[in-house]
Ligand binder design. Structure first.
Ligand code: IMP
Length: 214
């Protein structure tokens, strides 16, 4: 059977305004669907991430958007960087680590400063991504993925987003900021979570199923 062209692929809405995440999902889900994010709904209000865990925040985001876009499956990702020697920080606060006006750059600088006197195993860290699919306010699926590595002493590379330029995955001598996107997409926390949830996404986006629910 001929495969569908990109324009014919079903659309999956993602509850994020983070362009780095959207770019990664569009590449990771390339064979399954096209993705759209909250930049396509500019008046949709900011979703308050009041959960204490990544999974709770992913549920909050997926359910909020799924109530606004009835009968469609909605994907949300809440993710973060965990440094055990810092008691798990920045963790669920990864995006706001250096305060309410935080940028990716200010967050990286703060983390490098906190780790300045630490070496070896004390620089061990992992990224975790929690993905949730919700429809009409109900959670249909929830998965997570993790990748271990270490925090470098200086920033290297300009690929990716967030903490990529200071995170060296285990088994590699370059950071996610230096490695090709295809390498990150083989081993990342997000790629591992997507591998678990993409069969569910394919099933929910089947044209017959979408027709029935609208
Ligand atoms: P969230 O929007 O609350 O999930 O924020 C996640 C934050 O974690 C992002 O703003 C990044 O700082 C960080 N993060 C999550 N995934 C990645 C990644 O793949 N690379 C680099 N940083 C990430």
């Amino acid at each position: 059977m001929p495969s569908r062209t990109p324009a014919q692929k079903p659309v999956l809405w993602i509850a994020t305004r983070n362009r780095g995440k959207t770019r990664e999902f569009s590449q990771l889900l390339r064979g399954v669907c096209r993705v759209r994010d909250l930049h396509g709904l500019p008046y949709f209000p900011e979703i308050r991430e009041s959960g204490k865990t990544l999974a709770a925040n992913a549920r909050i985001k997926a359910c909020a958007l799924s109530r606004a876009l009835a009968n469609r499956p909605i994907l949300a990702d809440d993710s973060g960087l965990v440094v055990p020697s810092l008691g798990g920080r920045p963790g669920v606060y990864s995006a706001r680590f250096s305060g309410p006006q935080a940028t990716d750059h200010s967050n990286r600088i703060k983390l490098l400063r906190l780790l300045r006197a630490k070496s070896g195993v004390l620089r061990t860290a992992y990224f975790e991504a929690c993905l949730v699919i919700a429809q009409n306010g109900a959670v249909l699926s929830s998965v997570s993925g993790r990748v271990w590595g270490r925090i470098t002493h200086v920033e290297s590379g300009s690929r990716g987003f967030g903490y990529d330029s200071i995170f060296q995955p285990k088994g590699f001598s370059r950071t996610f900021g230096e490695l090709p996107a295809a390498t990150k997409h083989r081993i990342s926390h997000r790629a591992r979570a997507v591998a678990k949830i993409s069969p569910t996404i394919s099933r929910l986006l089947k044209p017959s199923r979408l027709r029935k629910s609208t």
